[in-house]
Design a protein around this ligand. Structure first.
Ligand code: HEC
Length: 156
């Protein structure tokens, strides 16, 4: 019998590792080390748009759309421009998914990580506390297809 349990990393561990890696990438870039970095930094030519969801998750867009309407619109706005009804009461404004920088920098996995873990020091909640990883993948797929790929018509 073995006391060392080998387990596949769960979604939270992968999300934390992904965030850690992007923080290290930012640090490496700041120190101009990016050329020597073993990390898969976007600056090194890798694109975040090739990164799939962790653990082989596939997002369901239709379900993601209803999650978005229920949980995200109040801050990020129905158009994803960060101008939801609750945004005026926040000192740290919600992210706009419409900007060129968001569209360039956020692939599926980044959206998943940002949604799962939230953002410290802002009003962005840690959604993995309130929904399971499939739900996080679903809403992330919706955000990715609608705002990054712009494949979904915007209801106005
Ligand atoms: C209470 C307000 C609020 C709600 C509700 C909310 N967000 Fe956010 N969100 C924010 C704020 C504030 C930020 C950070 C903006 C910044 O970086 O300055 C943010 C940032 C993000 C980011 C970028 C995170 C990063 O790593 O930089 C993503 C992705 C995101 N939100 C997705 C979602 C999704 C999907 C939902 C719904 C499940 C949601 N948000 C609900 C306020 C909210």
């Amino acid at each position: 019998m073995s006391f060392i349990r080998k387990h596949a990393p769960d979604t939270k561990e992968i999300a934390v590792a992904t965030r850690l890696e992007s923080m290290l990438c930012a640090l490496a870039a700041a120190l101009a080390l990016s050329l020597f970095s073993p990390l898969s930094c976007a600056e090194n030519g890798a694109t975040p748009h090739n990164d799939p969801f962790p653990n082989g998750l596939q997002g369901n867009v239709a379900h993601g759309q209803s999650i978005f309407a229920e949980h995200c619109v109040r801050c990020h706005g129905p158009r994803g421009d960060g101008k939801g009804p609750d945004a005026i009461t926040q000192n740290l404004q919600p992210l706009s998914f419409q900007t060129a920088s968001f569209r360039a920098e956020f692939g599926r996995r980044d959206i998943f990580t940002g949604t799962a873990l939230g953002k410290l020091g802002t009003h962005m909640p840690t959604w993995l506390k309130n929904m399971d990883d499939q739900d996080v993948a679903d809403v992330s797929e919706y955000v990715y297809q609608r705002f990054v790929l712009r494949q979904i018509d915007v209801p106005r």
